[in-house]
Design a protein around this ligand. Sequence first.
Ligand code: PGA
Length: 252
Amino acid sequence: MRQKIVAGNWKMNLCFEEAEELVEELIDLLEDVELKADVIICPPFPYLEMASDYAQEELFNIGAQNISPFEAGAYTGEVSASMLKSMGVTHCIIGHSERRKYFNEDDKMLTAKVNQALMHDVTPIFCVGESLPEREAEKHFEVVRRQVRHGLFHLDTGEFSKVIIAYEPVWAIGTGITASPAQAAEMHAYIRSLIAERYDDQVAGQTLILYGGSCTAKNAAELFAQPGVDGGLVGGASLKAEEFVEICKLAI
Ligand code: PGA
């Protein structure tokens, strides 16, 4: 059985006070439930220390939303994997479509980020997903295949086994339109088949693949019930403590 995971991607939202309030609300709610899923919250960089202090309660892990492709040194504005690790960050979102689009992160840069994360024992949550025109042109499998291959398939089996993948169709992110459960299941199975081809069935069977894109308390149960869907990467709904915890409860 693969461990279910629900990760909250806060993106560039909330001031410090609001962020602290959200963490406190999450703790109150999470203390009262027995979850099957592991919970990860991914606040913006400046709030990681605060969140990491609260994470001592062991109710959730802390993820970053970005990581430098470089090790250390004269890279103004960057945050390295070793810095994240030293602050108690365990996971990092890499290859999110917003970073690919607005910050021109290409396959080469993403490979370097994945390598940095793994080198410092930070688990990559590696995002892949096609745009609407790509799906309409029936290129979604081809696009996702390229992203997975270029971003991850240089890793050896031991390294690859530490990676979490998130399938996030770009047309579903922040739009209120989710992939249908069947579409999610189909793509998750496809990604798993690529992993089996590159590594083996055992590695494919153990890889965690999350779904992301307008995941809410209303649709999560059905999505998470699909074979091959191991939980979710939740954006907008992760900013509301009650809804986020509801979603976590649905990952069974
Ligand atoms: P959303 O974002 O849930 O707001 O669609 C998901 C994500 O971008 O990770």
